[in-house]
Design a protein. Structure first.
Length: 175
């Protein structure tokens, strides 16, 4: 099991634009402190790599022939992906829900844009909203996120961790 941010994620984080690296590290660390484990499986891509992904499910003219095989609508040349600019990551959730990971991501202005039809990509997170990364995290937003997670969590150990996090935040807000 992955135990720290250094176990597989740091290499991918270093592929990102400098300003969003800090927000990404903070997001990963917060998730890991809440035992929301995931691995970053894709970060920066070349135009060629993006185009290879775009070709999946298409014929040689670019026409979609197998919609179930389509993984992107961005070809890397005429339509660029945020991955090409180092402003997006794809993650693999490790025994947790993407919804929980996305909830924590919001605290750092990291968005999960493709959660509804026609194109659902729960693995994808946009980081461009986190620019600049050096900023103060809104404590009220963080509190709301933690309270929602506490209500939706069934695992007692995880509930205890979230409750401790809420308690620490409440003490900091009292100061």
């Amino acid at each position: 099991m992955v135990k720290t941010i250094l176990d597989g994620n740091l290499e991918k984080i270093q592929e990102l634009q400098g300003p969003v690296q800090l927000a990404t590290i903070q997001w990963v660390n917060r998730c890991f402190s809440l035992e929301l484990r995931f691995k970053i499986i894709s970060a920066r891509r070349t135009a060629q790599h993006q185009n290879r992904l775009w070709q999946q499910g298409r014929d040689s003219n670019g026409k979609i022939i197998d919609i179930s095989a389509v993984v992107t609508y961005l070809d890397g040349y005429t339509k660029k992906s945020k991955h090409q600019d180092g402003l997006a990551v794809d993650v693999l959730a490790l025994g947790v829900s993407y919804e929980d990971i996305a909830e924590v991501a919001k605290e750092f202005s990291i968005m999960q844009p493709f959660t509804k039809k026609p194109f659902i990509d729960l693995h994808h997170f946009d980081l461009n909203s986190a620019l600049p990364a050096v900023r103060i995290i809104d404590p009220a937003l963080r509190m709301k996120s933690l309270q929602r997670r506490l209500r939706n969590t069934v695992d007692s150990k995880q509930k205890e961790r979230i409750a401790r996090e809420i308690s620490r935040l409440e003490k900091r807000l009292e100061r």
